[in-house]
Design a binder for this molecule. Structure first.
Ligand code: SF4
Length: 308
């Protein structure tokens, strides 16, 4: 049995549970454990009207034009090739992991183009581990932090070959122990690569839109009991506490596309949004113009969204 056969776990508690045992590539074991949060279902209360809101977004997305995520999202690259004979999905899983690792702070179009260049050179752990870092970096450019990610990809490829028989870890813990992989990527890879709904992948779009829709608590408390700035992990825990599990995989591409087309980070297009029209969005016109009855949005500093 390889390490990839280990049972999946839905919660990150002790990342070291699945830490590699070899001493050959120790760098990733020195990573600090990602802070993940357990959903509190005991006091969970689903927000009023969430089913109608979700149905409206689904209909809006189905009837509207495709978003970048629909054709170039990091899970799409794995569907371009068939499985090599006897591979049992290993190649597709590696493509999904690689694309997820490149995706942070990078637009879908840029990520997809880099993945196509990498795929043309042979995107397998064997090929990536054997590549010179400079050559790999040149292939990835202009992906965000491409130099650092080139190092992560090579290091990860070596770990996968040495410890997972060229496959990828089958748990959030194992994935998070890889260099450059955080919870957001790990949940995406579990959901898409292993087709196991393990947790909601919360990126900047899901984080922002959940907040605008009032799907997450207005404030959360830090370890010292005082209110703290909400993180994507807080949003994941809040959503998982009430959103039915059968929605966990679809909610990411659904909201990402909605965020790319309509509920954009800056100046959301509330004037054309169905959730403004039916009065179900508590944030309608607070950050955008378009409603003649609404006051002009006050000038404020532009908030830059940063992903893990
Ligand atoms: S009404 Fe505006 S803020 Fe609310 S979901 Fe639609 S675009 Fe986003």
């Amino acid at each position: 049995m390889t390490r990839a056969d280990a049972p999946a776990s839905s919660r990150v508690r002790a990342v070291d549970d699945d830490a590699p045992t070899s001493s050959a590539t120790p760098t990733h074991r020195r990573r600090s454990k990602p802070a993940t949060i357990e959903p509190d279902r005991s006091s969970a209360r689903a927000p009023d009207g969430w089913e109608k809101t979700l149905e409206t977004i689904k209909r809006w997305r189905a009837e509207g034009p495709p978003a970048a995520v629909d054709t170039m999202g990091c899970e799409k690259i794995a569907s371009l090739d068939g499985d090599p004979v006897g591979d049992d999905g290993k190649y597709r899983r590696y493509l999904t992991l690689t694309s997820a690792m490149l995706s942070s702070q990078t637009r879908d179009e840029i990520n997809h183009a880099a993945m196509m260049r990498l795929r043309a050179r042979g995107c397998t752990p064997e090929r990536v581990a054997a590549m010179e870092e400079d050559a790999l970096d040149a292939l990835l450019n202009p992906v965000g932090f491409h130099r650092r990610k080139a190092g992560y990809l090579r290091e990860t490829a070596k770990i996968l070959l040495e410890e997972y028989d060229g496959d990828i870890p089958r748990s959030v813990e194992g994935l998070c122990a890889l260099p450059g992989v955080g919870p957001k990527m790990a949940y995406l890879v579990m959901n898409v690569g292993w087709k196991t709904p393990t947790g909601i992948c919360v990126d900047v779009h899901v984080h922002r839109i959940s907040e605008r829709l009032g799907w997450v608590p207005e404030s959360v408390l830090g370890k010292n009991g005082s209110p703290k700035k909400k993180t994507p992990e807080d949003t994941r825990a809040a959503l998982e506490s009430w959103l039915p599990r059968e929605e966990w995989i679809e909610i990411n591409p659904l909201l990402v596309g909605f965020g790319q087309l309509t509920c954009t980070p800056l100046r959301p297009k509330c004037a054309e949004c169905p959730l403004a029209a039916d009065g179900s969005c508590p944030s309608a016109f607070k950050e955008s113009t378009g409603n003649p009855k609404s006051p002009k949005p006050t000038k404020k500093r532009v908030k830059v969204e940063v992903e893990e």
